[in-house]
Design a protein around this ligand. Structure first.
Ligand SMILES: C[S@@+](CC[C@H](N)C(=O)[O-])C[C@H]1O[C@@H](n2cnc3c(N)ncnc32)[C@H](O)[C@@H]1O
Length: 246
């Protein structure tokens, strides 16, 4: 079992390459389709106070500010990510090094909207994150979560023929929840797999109403622009949950 210190170190190792890729506009998954799905799910953000859990170098916070958010607080465990986010900070976004499993520095019912853009798959206790976000959201506030699809976080590999062509995605060890060890941008890091029912039942147990579940895929136009997204037409790699605090 990786400790939170180990997980933090993994992100520290990954941060320089991550920041470079994002800032060069090379993150095709986000640019190609997830950003538009997340922005649509957020809806009109004008005048809203927004919390971003696991904000990375702040790209989505800046997008929310550009769309009229009154205030965006980005939290991330990784110091280099927060340092990079602060370099591009405006008067309407702010960044703090903080573990999103514990938001005790934030008062109850502070935010209109919270987002978690591919962060719950990175944290050992997503239930704590749900509880804390529920607490700091105002009544009627929404929590928009983009995550790895549980069908893909279980194994994530492809079965290939002898020419290396993809035959089909492998779904295995689905009920074996817990750590998965992978590599991104040449750096080893840890993800967490949980089943779909584990996620959904915890959202309900926490008190959220599930307003929508989106399984995003890529459009034909975007596929021309980002041909490496061809997997997205075949299998659901990502899932977006739209939750509301009643
Ligand atoms: C896949 S990146 C996504 C970054 C950003 N949301 C985006 O979409 O560009 C996941 C981020 O979660 C952060 N993270 C991982 N565990 C965390 C935790 N316990 N608390 C806060 N941030 C965490 C990592 O440092 C990393 O920046």
């Amino acid at each position: 079992m990786r400790s939170i210190k180990d997980l933090k170190q993994e992100w520290k190792n990954l941060a320089p390459r991550w920041i470079k890729e994002v800032r060069e506009g090379k993150n095709s998954v986000r640019n190609g389709f997830l950003d538009s799905v997340m922005l649509d799910a957020c809806g009109n953000v004008e005048g809203l106070s927004i919390l971003d859990c696991g904000c990375g170098e702040g790209r989505f916070c800046r997008m929310l500010v550009e769309r009229g958010a009154k205030y965006v607080l980005g939290l991330d465990l990784c110091e280099p990510m927060i340092k990079a986010a602060r370099e591009l900070q405006s008067e309407r976004d702010e960044y703090r090094v903080q573990d999103v499993q514990n938001l005790s520095s934030i008062n109850d019912e502070t935010f209109d909207l919270a987002v978690s853009y591919l962060n719950q798959c990175d944290i050992p206790d997503f239930e704590a994150n749900n509880r804390e976000v529920f607490r700091v959201l105002k009544k009627g506030g929404r929590f928009i979560i983009a995550n790895l699809h549980p069908m893909r976080s279980a194994t994530g590999k492809w079965c290939r023929n002898h020419n290396g062509e993809k035959l089909h995605a492998i779904l295995d060890n689905y009920f074996d929840e817990g750590e998965r060890h992978c590599e991104m941008l040449g750096v080893k890091f840890t993800n967490f797999h949980r089943s779909l029912s584990t996620y959904l039942n915890n959202f309900i147990k926490t008190g959220f109403v599930i307003k929508e579940i989106i399984e995003p895929t890529v459009s034909v136009d975007k596929l021309k622009e980002y041909p490496d997204l061809d997997d997205e037409l075949r299998v659901p790699n990502f899932i977006v949950y739209v939750l509301e605090k009643p």
